[in-house]
Ligand binder design. Structure first.
Ligand code: SF4
Length: 298
């Protein structure tokens, strides 16, 4: 629960607030854009204005439930008036919320898919809570848990046990998930279920993997994200734990692979849809080539 006695003074007057335990993971801002922003002075999130409409109140509750430090809160209300997670994002993809502190607030997702295509996919994992497990069961459970890299596994093991799911991770990051049932090896892409391609991208960590799903969805973990300020794809140079050169080579291989995507879902950073791209670069392929060129020059 957020601590009212530690309320950050920068917030707009009103019942919604952020306390000063915020670790600047960005997650609350992703689900409450325009309501919660980053205080430039100390990096702590704050409400730039109070929510007014039902839609904005749902956004604020998502911020409450997504925050890994429980820093977002309401002065008197403790529970949302309606279910806000899993959050439908279209194309049968859901944001799961309840981001874990030990994954530094990384996002996780569920892709609901037919059994004859391998079934439902959880991409990275939230912290364990019945508030996720219950609705997941209602959406058909989880058949595969796809771990993008070692940092964002959170409580994947508990979800795997609860749903008897297969767990995938690259062998180079496998020590973070010793319970994994299936290992991805090397750098060659591999189809791990019908329409699901694991594309190894060593760089952010040695065992980072992109998951390309049904010809249009890309789950990028921490290897690729959207920069809304510059309207371009980005990679995290200051959060590259293995090798920037390897990450550049990996994204160049992915750009050359012919695997296209229309929707980008990130662990950290902003997700983006191709439908929202602005001229003169209306598709991700063009953006990706530009990013690789920029990374090569850094
Ligand atoms: S989700 Fe919580 S910890 Fe992360 S930026 Fe928002 S308030 Fe801070």
């Amino acid at each position: 629960m957020a601590r009212l006695d530690a309320r950050h003074p920068a917030g707009a007057l009103g019942p919604w607030f952020v306390d000063d335990r915020c670790i600047d993971c960005d997650a609350a801002r992703h689900v409450a854009p325009g309501l919660i922003e980053r205080n430039p002075g100390d990096g702590v999130s704050y409400f730039v204005r109070q929510p007014e409409t039902d839609e904005e109140i749902d956004m604020a509750w998502r911020a409450v439930l997504i925050c890994p430090t429980r820093s977002v809160g309401h002065e008197t209300e403790r529970r949302p008036p309606r279910q806000v997670f899993p959050q439908p994002l279209g194309d049968d993809v859901y944001r799961l919320g309840h981001n874990a502190r030990n994954s530094f607030g990384a996002h996780s997702y569920l892709a609901v898919r037919p059994a004859n295509r391998g079934g439902n996919l959880m991409i990275d994992a939230p912290r364990w809570t019945r508030e996720v497990a219950g609705p997941l069961a209602g959406l058909g459970g989880v058949d595969h848990i796809l771990l993008s890299h070692r940092d964002d596994v959170a409580d994947a093991e508990r979800y795997a046990e609860a749903f008897d799911a297969q767990v995938w991770i690259h062998s180079d990051d496998a020590s973070a998930a010793p319970y994994a049932t299936d290992l991805i090896t090397g750098i060659e892409p591999v189809e791990i279920a019908p329409g699901v391609v694991a594309f190894p991208v060593p760089g952010h960590t040695k065992g980072s993997v992109l998951y390309h799903v049904d010809g249009q969805l890309l789950f990028s973990g921490d290897s690729l994200a959207w920069n809304p300020r510059r309207e371009e794809l980005m990679a995290f140079r200051r959060a590259c734990w293995y090798s920037w050169e390897a990450q550049t080579d990996s994204l160049a291989r992915f750009a050359a692979s012919g695997l296209r995507f229309d929707r980008l879902f990130c662990g950290h950073g902003w997700s983006r849809d191709a439908a929202d791209l602005l001229p003169p670069r209306p598709d991700f392929a063009d953006h990706l080539l530009r990013l690789v060129a920029d990374m090569s020059n850094q």
